[in-house]
Write a protein that binds this ligand. Sequence first.
Ligand code: UT7
Length: 325
Amino acid sequence: MSRYSRITGTGSHLPPRRLSNADMVAMLAQRDIETSDEWIVERTGIRARHFAAEGVSASDLALPAARAALEAAGRKPEDVDLIIVATSTPDMVFPSCATILQAKLGIVGCPAFDMQAVCSGFVYALTVADSMIRTGSVRCALVIGAEVFSRILDFNDRTTCVLFGDGSGAVVLEASDEPGILATDLHADGRHVGILCTPGTVSGGQVLGDPLLKMDGQAVFKLAVNVLDSAARATLSKAGRTEADVDWLIPHQANIRIMQSTARKLKLPAEKLVATVHEHGNTSAASIPLALDVAVRDGRVRRGDTVMLEGVGGGFTWGAVLLDY
Ligand code: UT7
């Protein structure tokens, strides 16, 4: 039995339709809603986001990311013995996005399920896959974040619709005698359900209530900066490492101000923060693996680097994964 799990390949995918802030300003103006590039950039760092075309689902976005991660790992679909898709915008109520993706990849038989922890979904999924690998039941896992948040945005609410985008990111996580994932730390506090939610429910095949995203941005902001700091410190302490050992901080990409504040609290120089929020917006569970793949492919994150991944979002949920890449 291997003692560790290790990321052996990464991949990501963005739908081709890119909307700049100017495009959002024009789109909202048609509804007599005012926003501006200055407001969006100053408050969030976001300059653009990608929206999937009509009919394109989360599993469609997950497929090219999964294939790219498998190729980077030198693996074939038939090597995969676990698929976890972190998503809050699955193709169907059921079955899971993971089983739909499994069929698209031509894999038969391995377990496949979705992880629903909103923007913390990827760190939750990676933690579960790591545990299953360390118990010996799995050797090669595909762990993916894939979202089509454009489908649940309220384009009459300027406080949320300018923030989110669509995309996917994937990693192949394999059993290894070398680290790998060093420590994980997950949390949830359901008392805060109401500050970030999509409250519609499904009954008799119909969506009842409001199926669009609601967020109290300031409440989420305040909780996020505190919990991201505590989760980072918890993983460092569990792994017997310090802030000085962290080569790259890859937090959930929601708001550059939250990310910079997290880096500052950990006394990490700005260059160690991987930020893709400018170009991707907030892609919920996809944001961390998307940013990781960007930083791997542009040569920043190299084999052996120590990387801190941190998620935070609806639930309220949060967590961190510390790993040697
Ligand atoms: O993915 C899960 C995690 N999510 C997050 O981490 C999000 C956390 N929250 C945030 O990132 C920020 O709270 C926001 C970006 C959502 C908002 O930034 P803020 O600095 O907290 O702004 P605010 O909500 O205090 O709004 C300030 C002003 C308000 O006007 P008044 O009341 O001061 O007159 C808003 O109505 O900005 C106004 N405003 C806008 N103006 C132009 C809100 N949205 C917009 C907009 N364009 N799109």
